[in-house]
Write a protein that binds this ligand. Sequence first.
Ligand code: SF4
Length: 368
Amino acid sequence: MIPLRIKVETNADRPYVVRLRSLEAEAWDSAPTLHPSEAALKHAGPDAADYAGEGGRLRVLGIDPSKVDGDVLLVNPSRGTADRLIRSSSQHNTFLVTERCDQVCLMCSQPPKKHHFDLFPYFETAALLAPEHATIGISGGEPTLFKTELFRFLQRVLEARPDISFHVLTNGQHFDEEDLNALSHIDLGRVVWGIPLYSSDAGVHDEIVGKEGAHAQLLRNLALMCRLGAQIELRTVLMRPNADGLPGLARVIGSTLPFIRTWAVMQMENIGFGRMNWKSLFFDSSEGFELVGRSIDFVRSRGIDAWLYNFPLCTVPPEYRHLAPATISDWKRAYRVECEGCSLKEACGGFFEWHPRDHGYSRLGAVQ
Ligand code: SF4
């Protein structure tokens, strides 16, 4: 697995954000001037690499400097660690803005915690240092529990960096009329809001998210966001409790939510509550694909993009494989022994690193 946290040594006395430049020392004669938030490689040894910049000296341990060239780190001196907020070579950079959440979804991969540290100032610095045309993910917990800070962050970064965009994962519970002014200052053409909707049946949705009234609140807020012209990606994790209702949900999306940009039907992640409840929730879509295919077909026939996220390609009938992009982030993606020699491997997103050995799919295996 690609490490997102690395060991460092620094004489700084407080956390700071820095972008690493791993050019060899002699190449600096012709290199552009160092940005105040950058540190340049001074020496690389077998176990550590030394960087220096306006923020002071930084020693990065246990990783090849070429692998972190251009990465943006949040350095935590007291812990001797640095979080790779942005990996320059990756399309899967996400800022985890909080671990608090007001929902307790049955399959949550990141179960909520009570504590919260405001890292928005660091995220803003990091976003401004992102590679050109980056799309940065925002997730939690529930990011809109801190919506004042979130909206200000989006507005400021989008104004300063006209080339970058955001994908914000939110439960959609916390928007209201009073946000219209703040949201009107954000370039919503460069923000996609990924919002879960699990069922057209309010009882089923509320049961899955562990919050009474969540479905009704979500539908009100989707209408509000529609008025703003927000770009919405509806997300439905496929599970036993909502699988039979998928075609019904597709009909509701196609007929009453035509303004959404995308519908994503997603396979489960075996971690957090998802691992705890795996046996009662996991739906084997390699056996039961007919209702998934029917649902996708209906929504697409209404002119809305519909996709399959986190589906191993061999579990999807050939005629739907073009709708199943490799969505599992590179740092947590893995393949199984069954994948050896598979002709689809390059296009396939495989599995989450922590997917169980007895993977749950009755039909899975290398495609020749
Ligand atoms: S065998 Fe592995 S690589 Fe091939 S389609 Fe299935 S999951 Fe993907």
